[in-house]
Design a protein around this ligand. Structure first.
Ligand code: HEM
Ligand SMILES: *[C@@H]1O[C@H](CO)[C@@H](O)[C@H](O)[C@H]1NC(C)=O
Ligand SMILES: *[C@@H]1O[C@H](CO)[C@@H](O)[C@H](O)[C@H]1NC(C)=O
Ligand SMILES: *[C@@H]1O[C@H](CO)[C@@H](O)[C@H](O)[C@H]1NC(C)=O
Ligand SMILES: *[C@@H]1O[C@H](CO)[C@@H](O)[C@H](O)[C@H]1NC(C)=O
Length: 328
């Protein structure tokens, strides 16, 4: 119990000096469901592990769902809501449509939790726990996750279209989207390290391979051998648009620091990945994490919890949904 309490104090202190969200952050609690749902951690871990045993990519997909939930009006489970009376689902926003996946895994965990402890655990907490389990089971750090979020009663498809970062934006624009949520430039570099697992569709980076910025030539920052392999995976025709390429082509399913090593030699997949090398501060951090995997693990844990605290609902705000797809 001691180290957990220590970590909680640490998180609160770090945020006190950097962000005005501290009051909210400190209300979340590492022991929140200890009495009301003692098997919570085991049930979520089992659900994520079962999903991964069928599909290793699901680790990446769950981590991304958590990000796309938190960056739009806070970590309130709004991304999980389906189209319904009064709800225009964020699932149909451009960055999510035919792209966000893993909803069935969250449904199945929620169903098990409703049996074990009905109407107790929020969908936003399930998503936060599932994402940290995904990181851990893919070989990354174990991140203690504070709990006690409540579920929102609205969704914002416009917010999702405007606030989720796009791979076509320059670094300044990406950074602005993170800082508007209380995240720092360092958090941008650290959290981008999530792209050490998972895949992207070709249309999201194909312009880099054939006609970069209308030049008729490839992006000159791409390494020659990486370019050739991508041109094979994503031929220059529309039919290749939804082909998949790994975000980390070297250790695709492993949560490690190879993402940063790839950026150093021009093997970042998305324009937004390689953009971390266009600024001195961010490129120094890339170099640092490429050399010190445990520094990356440590800092990823801190940044993930910061992200998981964005705009959370606590106390009597929001609700505890019975189904993650529907308002009560
Ligand atoms: C810096 C801004 C970011 C941009 C521009 C960005 C963009 C993207 C894009 C375009 C894809 C591929 C989607 C597709 O193929 O349909 C993707 C995948 C992914 N993103 Fe990001 N992302 C960013 C930050 C993050 C963050 C902060 C996280 C989590 C902490 C994250 C986690 C992931 C993961 C794990 C995948 C793979 C998902 C899968 O295979 O199912 N991304 N991202
Ligand atoms: C296993 O994964 C595939 C995708 O890779 C998916 O279509 C299928 O529904 C999954 N099966 C189960 C039982 O989760
Ligand atoms: C970057 O942000 C500026 C200012 O908000 C905007 O005008 C511009 O269109 C954005 N660029 C891209 C590529 O999104
Ligand atoms: C880039 O770095 C990765 C990771 O260290 C390595 O596996 C890959 O071969 C390198 N690629 C090039 C083109 O140097
Ligand atoms: C950033 O790096 C470039 C070389 O890559 C150098 O010319 C410039 O002085 C650096 N700027 C700062 C503020 O350190």
């Amino acid at each position: 119990m001691e180290p957990i309490v220590f970590f909680q104090r640490l998180v609160c202190t770090v945020l006190l000096v950097t962000a005005p969200m501290v009051m909210v952050t400190c209300q979340l609690d590492y022991m929140y469901y200890v009495r009301s749902c003692p098997n919570l951690a085991r049930i979520v871990r089992y659900g994520v592990a079962s999903a991964l045993s069928n599909d290793t990519r699901m680790a990446a997909s769950l981590l991304r769902l958590h990000f796309h939930d938190c960056i739009v009006n806070g970590c309130d489970g709004s991304l999980l809501l389906d189209d319904n009376d009064g709800i225009k689902s964020e699932k149909n926003a451009l960055p999510n449509q035919n792209s966000a996946r893993g909803f069935e895994v969250i449904d199945s965990i929620k169903a098990n939790l409703e049996k074990a402890c009905p109407s107790t655990v929020s969908c936003s907490d399930i998503l936060a726990l599932a994402s940290r389990d995904a990181v851990y089971l893919a070989g990354g750090p174990f991140v203690p996750m504070p709990l006690g979020r409540r579920d929102g009663r609205s969704a914002s498809i416009d917010g999702a279209n405007r606030q989720i970062p796009s791979p076509f934006e320059p670094l300044d624009n990406l950074t602005a989207k993170f800082t508007s949520k209380g995240l720092s430039l360092k958090d941008v570099v650290v959290l981008s390290g999530a792209h050490t697992i998972g895949f992207a569709q070709c249309f999201l980076f194909k312009s880099r391979l054939f006609n970069f910025g209308g030049s008729g030539k490839p992006d000159p920052t791409l390494s020659e051998s990486f370019l050739q392999s991508l041109q094979t995976q994503c031929p220059n025709q529309d039919s290749s648009d939804t082909n998949l390429a790994p975000l980390d082509g070297v250790t695709t399913t492993r949560f490690d620091n190879v993402y940063y090593r790839n950026l150093l030699n021009g093997s970042g997949l998305l324009g937004s990945d390689q953009a971390l090398m266009t600024d001195n501060t961010t490129s120094s951090l890339v170099l640092y994490y490429s050399q010190y995997p445990y520094a990356f693990y440590r800092d990823f844990g801190v940044s993930l919890v910061k992200m998981a605290n964005i705009g959370v609902l606590t106390g009597s705000d929001g609700e505890i949904r019975k189904s993650c797809r529907l308002l009560n």
